[in-house]
Design a protein around this ligand. Structure first.
Ligand code: ATP
Length: 876
């Protein structure tokens, strides 16, 4: 069947073999998934392992090294040259393995962030990954959803879709279910169809899926769309810059080494190989790659803690977050609502049990409103209730069902014919129903908003009376009382209505208040305490009533004596500048609209804060974008909010934000440690060789030794440092200044100090050896052994930039110990195994020589401890 827009809903459904009220059966959906394939577009071809491998050889220095090695082979120095090539290949292999591992974690993350869709299957509304949608599925679309595949609309309420992605039209298009009898209509005019990749901007709809994956309109043009470029994070860019700067210095030094060597009468080719090997070993061209690996591994860890990072750069910003603005409902609280109190006017307060035991027209009407003015789905499966939808609405419906109503039966008997959907800005919702030939509307929403629109109330005897100002005050008092108990309160009202819907929410008849509890998440208190010690300010933002918000904020410890609470009303009166003046004192924003959130972020950012902000709705998107870290809710959040965010919480839990901040700080620390370690080792090699040359000593290391050292020390210990557990004070220090780069002056100074100490120790051994012996192989072996061991041990110093190794301990990262032990064993192999002695130009060390070298190498630990004491003890 083509041109579904020209067919009636019935024809389309029967053609696709589906039931608009029940959807497909799960088995049928499974069969179709096999037949039609997953609902996704072919991905851009991934880089193959071979391409990754060969791209390692595009580095300029590596090419020079390979050329130089080739030349050596030609002039007959083949053993050395072949070995150089082997090491270069090994190095490339190691980098390839790392890169593909990082790539895999990134792919996995992408999968985790994959969109979900709501479908009707087996008569139950369920959430499934969008890729499992098949033709014939009945999908439910709401504001903020991405349309998962192409479909014909079968039910719409105030429904409009933004199709800019497909048609370029920026204005949302109003959609209906009406059949269109016109040939060759352009996509933009097919107003009874929805298309994959477009976004629901308003309302609600049901659609039957007509095509999926590559067969969708988006699939047809997907080849024209270029995939989003993977951009480098600022950290990676900075490091690349830093790497280049350091690289230039090292290259200059290598050139000097080469020239001085020639001047001293060393053979030109050997000198050239040495200089180039030194350059290859010491130029930190691999820095950005290491960072990517640590970032990717870190992101992977975060997933375990329920935070999915969507953009790599967010990891860096996370470490410097100093304000978290969190929604209350569902993030700080459990979002497990339960109606516990009712207020009926005048002056009747009932609890759950009490209301159940009373039967009256009044109470029935209240519950009818609660159930009919409601978008949640509740079905009974094997005697259990299966719910889906907004927890507030689920709670209202369940309360009514407990009273004795059958939701599905009632919805059929009193069908909905019109509605004004709920919207966080309006804070109420209205539905119109046909009942016994009459039209009836129900409105529910925030009490202050609903009561304003009421002119009458229903009394317990069923009589409808005029609502005086006095009555309104009384209801407001009751509302406050409930709010003081931390309850979330909704008012329900109704009215009879004619054909004219323009006054739908005016002149309402007040029915009652329903108060529900939503207990705080138990883990939140601890998470807030961690924020306090970590210097992170937590602010609660909620659409709920001021008093409810205050009560909950006090209970969990966000609000104390001198803190301020602002409401949406007060915010409207202020501009950003006014807000900046008080923003530091405000801990709770109540009854705010999503649009106010933007103002709050702006004010905080003007104060120089690094802000994480949560959000779930469509209207939250601008604030999420503006925040340094937009945090979307994985369960309740709309696709639009997720798209605007840097991070998605898979459990909607505040504690997961704090966990992510902790991970972010840890990752930043670890990258710093790795970079610190690599650079100080590189410096130690350069300084050792440079000083030897300047002192007119024989070359202390030969090219293969330099390259081997670089491969082994840079390889395993550096990677192990990248997965260091968090330092004990990670959440006890203030957030990092966002302006402070990864390699601050302070850290660079440390790099030079660390590198120089290593070289001094090595040169000390070299001089000692020179006094005692004159066999050049032996001298070099001692230098090689000392420097390698010293570098391996220096990885322990790098476990913390500031804290003493004794405070951090060595046992918390067994991988590092294994890496050190493994590398050390390899080192002994290179020195003592006869066949390796031949290729690496090494020779047996006597016990005495070994002990002297070892003592010198071990000295790096106490000496660096001393540096930490001198540099950091005072500051503490
Ligand atoms: P948070 O920002 O902490 O998630 P919230 O969920 O309470 O706050 P909204 O969903 O914007 O914020 O709700 C604002 C107010 O609107 C609520 O206090 C409630 O009175 C009312 N309300 C919430 N949900 C509905 C609904 N489905 N229908 C009618 N009114 C609602």
């Amino acid at each position: 069947m083509k041109d579904f827009y020209k067919q009636s809903v019935e024809d389309v459904c029967s053609h696709l073999g589906t039931d608009p009220d029940k959807g497909l059966s799960s088995e049928e959906a499974k069969k179709r998934l096999e037949k039609y394939g997953p609902n996704e577009l072919a991905e851009k071809k991934k880089k193959t392992i071979w391409r990754m491998f060969f791209s390692q050889f595009t580095d300029f220095l590596i090419i020079i090294l390979l050329v130089a090695a080739g030349v050596s082979i030609l002039v007959g120095e083949s053993v050395d040259a072949i070995l150089i090539m082997i090491i270069v290949v090994l190095n490339a292999t190691l980098s390839t393995i790392q890169e593909s591992k990082a790539e895999k974690s990134l792919q996995l993350l992408k999968k985790m962030a994959a969109p979900m869709a709501r479908v009707l299957r087996d008569g139950i509304v369920q959430t499934v990954p969008s890729r499992e949608i098949v033709p014939g599925d009945i999908v439910i679309l709401e504001a903020g959803n991405y349309v998962p595949a192409d479909g014909r609309l079968i039910e719409t309420v105030n429904f409009s879709v933004s199709e800019a992605a497909l048609t370029g039209e920026s204005q949302p298009v109003e959609k209906t279910t009406d059949l269109i009898d016109q040939e060759n209509l352009p996509l933009g005019d097919r107003t009874n169809m929805v298309y994959s990749g477009t976004i629901v901007s308003r309302g609600r709809a049901k659609a039957v899926i007509t095509s999926t994956g590559e067969n969708t309109e988006l699939g047809k043009i997907a080849k024209l769309l270029s995939e989003m470029e993977e951009t480098q994070t600022p950290l990676q860019q900075n490091l690349e810059k830093l790497g280049k700067q350091i690289g230039m210095i090292i290259l200059a030094i290598c050139a000097v080494v080469f020239l001085v060597g020639i001047f001293e009468g060393e053979p030109a080719l050997e000198m050239f190989l040495t200089a180039v090997s030194l350059a290859v070993a010491a130029v930190p061209e691999g820095l950005p790659a290491v960072v990517t690996i640590v970032l990717a591994l870190g992101m992977y860890n975060m997933v375990k803690r329920h935070a999915v990072i969507r953009k790599l750069q967010a990891v860096e910003a996370l470490g410097s977050v100093n304000v978290i603005c969190s929604d209350k409902t569902g993030t700080l609280t459990k979002n497990e609502m339960n109606v516990v109190k009712y207020y009926l006017h005048p002056s009747i307060i009932l609890d759950q049990e009490q209301i159940k035991s009373q039967k009256s027209e009044h109470i029935e009407k209240l519950f009818m409103g609660a159930i009919l003015c409601n978008d949640s789905f509740i079905t009974v499966k094997n005697g259990n209730r299966v719910t889906s939808g907004d927890p507030t609405e689920i709670a209202l419906a369940l309360a009514a069902m407990d009273y004795g109503f059958d939701k599905n039966e009632l919805e059929k008997r009193i069908p909905r014919i019109h509605e004004i959907p709920f919207d966080s800005d309006r804070k109420m919702m209205t539905t119109v129903h046909e009942f016994e030939k009459k039209r009836l509307s129900f409105t529910k929403g925030a009490p202050d908003v609903v009561i304003k629109n009421c002119s009458k109330y229903m009394a317990p005897d069923g009589e409808i009376k005029v609502l005086s100002e006095n009555d309104k005050n009384e209801i407001e008092q009751a509302n406050m009382k409930m709010a003081q108990d931390g309850l979330r309160v909704l008012a329900v009202a109704f009215r009879e209505i004619g054909d004219d819907y323009s006054e739908l929410e005016k002149d309402l008849v007040f029915l009652g208040l329903m108060g529900m509890i939503d207990p705080p998440r138990p883990e939140v208190k601890d998470a807030l305490e961690r924020c306090r010690t970590a210097g992170i300010n937590v602010i609660m933002i909620t659409g709920d009533h001021k008093i409810t918000a205050q009560t909950i904020a006090r209970e969990i410890g966000i609000l104390s004596e001198n803190d301020m609470v602002l409401t949406g009303h007060e915010l409207i009166e202020m501009d950003v500048e006014d807000l900046v003046k008080v923003v530091d004192k405000v801990k709770v924003y109540a009854r705010v609209s999503p649009t106010d959130k933007l103002k709050i972020v702006e004010a905080l950012k003007k104060k120089g804060k690094v802000v994480a902000m949560t959000g779930d709705g469509v209207n939250d998107a601008p604030a999420l974008k503006k925040a340094d870290i937009g945090v979307a809710m994985g369960i309740t959040g709309t696709d639009v909010s997720k798209d605007a965010s840097e991070m998605v919480l898979t459990d909607d839990n505040f504690a997961s934000i704090v966990a992510a901040v902790e991970e972010g700080r840890k990752i930043f620390d670890n990258i710093r440690k790795v970079v610190y370690y690599l650079l100080s080792c590189n410096i130690s090699e350069v300084v050792t060789i440079f000083v030897s040359i300047l002192l007119r000593l024989p070359l202390p290391l030969i090219p293969v030794q330099i390259l081997w050292m670089n491969l082994v020390t840079d390889g395993l210990p550096a990677l192990a440092l990248g997965v260091e557990p968090a330092e004990p004070d990670v959440m006890k220090r203030s957030p990092r200044d966002p302006k402070e780069g990864i390699m601050s002056k302070e850290i660079m100074t440390n790099v030079f100090i660390g590198g120089t100490i290593l070289s001094v120790l090595t040169l000390f051994v070299y001089s000692w050896a020179l006094l005692e012996h004159d066999q050049i192989e032996l001298l070099r072996t001692m230098v090689f052994f000392t420097l390698c061991t010293g570098q391996l041990l220096h990885s322990l110093n790098s476990k913390s930039i500031k804290l003493s190794l004794f405070k951090v301990g060595i046992k918390n990262n067994p991988r590092l110990l294994i890496a050190i032990a493994g590398s050390f064993a390899l080192l002994l192999g290179v020195i003592y195994l006869p066949i390796l002695q031949n290729v690496f130009g090494t020779t047996n060390l006597t016990g005495k020589q070994l002990v002297v070298s070892l003592i010198a190498a071990i000295m790096i630990i106490p000496l660096y401890e001393l540096v930490k004491v001198i540099r950091y003890r005072k500051k503490e």
